[in-house]
Design a binder for this molecule. Sequence first.
Ligand SMILES: [Zn+2]
Ligand SMILES: [Zn+2]
Ligand SMILES: [Zn+2]
Length: 164
Amino acid sequence: MGEEMSPSVCPMCDGEIAGPGFLVDAFRSKGRRRWGVRELICEPCYRTGWLTVDGKSVTAAAATRQRPGFVWYALVGRGAEQPAEPCAACGRQVVRNADPLLKRVTCSHSCSTSLTRSRNGGKGSGRPCETCGKAVTTGRADSRYCSPACRQKAYRQRAKKSHA
Ligand SMILES: [Zn+2]
Ligand SMILES: [Zn+2]
Ligand SMILES: [Zn+2]
């Protein structure tokens, strides 16, 4: 990961998240608008809102999980708390619960969309471009063309053939 990570700021305490971030289901609100988010909070804030009692985690008072404009409920996922894993897009350490529906770990909405857009980290398929034969080194893992120009060319050729 060569890219510089911008420091994450915990939305509960406004402090920088020093260790792994705890990915929680939350709501943000502004005026009458309220929308669901998944965000990282810092470990001290997480441990304040969910307590461990006799090895089981239990919710603390609701007041410990909210502030104006932000309220969180629980760690993402249904199973047991997992050890920190790196976000598949940016590498930031993320803690969440086990869940068979959550295949990959991402730290934020923007990371999961960037991952969907570029899959293979934007490194392309490595196969030769179907138009010009150069290796495909950008875009998704299933990219067939090296560039938008080649994709266009192929598309025009297909269109021509289907009209012939
Ligand atoms: Zn915090
Ligand atoms: Zn990320
Ligand atoms: Zn090409």
